[in-house]
Design a protein around this ligand. Structure first.
Ligand code: FE2
Length: 368
């Protein structure tokens, strides 16, 4: 007996816009209370005191804040370590309190408040609290998408030794596709044929565990304040991981950006297919998303941009705002699905496949 069947979609009309998850805000007070609750627990066997920010629309058994982004609140008490683990999901970590050491394969980083770091896929890792107060971090993971695809592989380990079979890739020869003795060749008008030998040996690059120290990032970021009120772009830096190449990511799925907003800056309304999650760590302001206004302040975590909704952000009078934003933009560039509309009076573009957008910033080295 089989229940596989055909679904007749003949003549079925396009379904229109998706049913977006609405914005949600986890307030600083809620996050602080959850940190306190995690700290008060008896140490779990694997050492991971962890709680997932869960959107009310997230499916049971696969909690997440955006459909493709899981954010967890991870806590370690002084002297504690987590048990080693590895998985096929990739992560971005961001410290929000205390200090700790993250060992990822052969790489060790000492990290603290507002430092960011990435986790390559399938490398064993563990965390240790090296300070005298709780070490608290946010972890952004693409696991929900892999779970939906039913291919999220996770292994508990006894140590973080990189298995000898897992050799780190070295830069390939300039273009293995063309130097392969089996050859990839053109049929007509750009259509090509590639042999199996190249299919199973794609160009590879070392996937490194990188760290972006807040002290250094802040120094560069604060200089963007000089761009002045007439600047139409965003005053931010992407924590760029060269491994992600043309998709401009921190991990292959996500970018993380750090933004400075001087007081009273109002962004232009825009929209993009990538989902955005903002963690504000200084100042206050508001966002208008899908016509509704949301106010936020330092210590709040907000799912700000669901799907294709029109939105923009603004800082209040007074203090400058710092925020870290994670979006699943690299994933959407790789899928050729990143529709972006920077100016609502102009058509949207498929970023990565069409020319992108320009700002009114003067190029470095120009005297104009
Ligand atoms: Fe946006």
């Amino acid at each position: 007996m089989t229940d596989h069947h055909f679904t007749d979609v003949t003549g079925r009309p396009a379904i229109g816009e998706p049913d977006y998850w609405e914005p949600v805000i986890f307030r600083r007070s809620e996050i602080d209370a959850e940190i306190d609750r995690l700290c008060a627990l008896e140490r779990p066997g694997n050492g991971r005191r962890s709680s997932v920010f869960t959107h009310p629309r997230a499916p049971a058994g696969s909690p997440s804040l955006a459909p493709g982004i899981r954010v967890s609140l991870d806590v370690l008490l002084p002297g504690e370590s987590t048990a080693p683990i590895r998985h096929t999901s990739t992560q971005f970590g961001f410290g929000i309190a205390g200090a700790g050491r993250v060992s990822i394969g052969d790489t060790v980083h000492d990290v603290g408040r507002y430092d960011g770091w990435n986790h390559p896929s399938w490398l064993p890792y563990m965390y240790t609290n090296t300070g005298d107060e709780p070490f608290v971090r946010l972890t952004y993971s693409n696991a929900p998408l892999l779970e939906r695809m039913n291919v999220h592989l996770v292994e508990d380990l006894t140590d973080i030794t990189v298995p000898s079979a897992q050799q780190k890739a070295m830069p390939d020869e300039p273009d293995a596709r063309r130097t392969s003795p089996y050859g990839t060749f053109e049929l007509a008008d750009g259509a090509m044929l590639m042999p199996y030998e190249t299919l199973v040996n794609p160009p590879s690059l070392p996937s490194l565990a990188l760290v972006w120290a807040w002290d250094e990032v802040k120094d560069h970021l604060d200089r963007l304040e000089a761009l002045g009120e007439s600047y139409v772009g965003r005053r931010l830096y992407l924590l760029y991981n060269p491994f992600t190449g043309r998709t401009n990511g921190t991990t292959p799925s996500f970018f993380a950006t750090i933004t400075i907003r001087p007081p009273s800056i109002v962004d232009r309304p825009h929209r993009h297919v990538s989902a955005a999650i903002n963690y504000f760590f200084r100042g206050s302001g508001w966002s208008r998303v899908g016509g509704r206004k949301y106010e936020w302040g330092a210590g709040d975590l907000m799912f700000t941009a669901p799907g294709w909704m029109i939105h923009h952000h603004a800082s209040d009078d007074g203090d400058r705002v710092y925020e870290v934003t994670v979006q699943d933009q690299p994933l959407n560039i790789a899928m050729e699905s990143l529709l972006w509309q920077e100016d609502l009076k102009q058509p949207a573009r498929v970023l990565g496949a069409e020319g992108g957008f320009a700002t009114n910033r003067t190029p470095i080295g120009s005297s104009a």
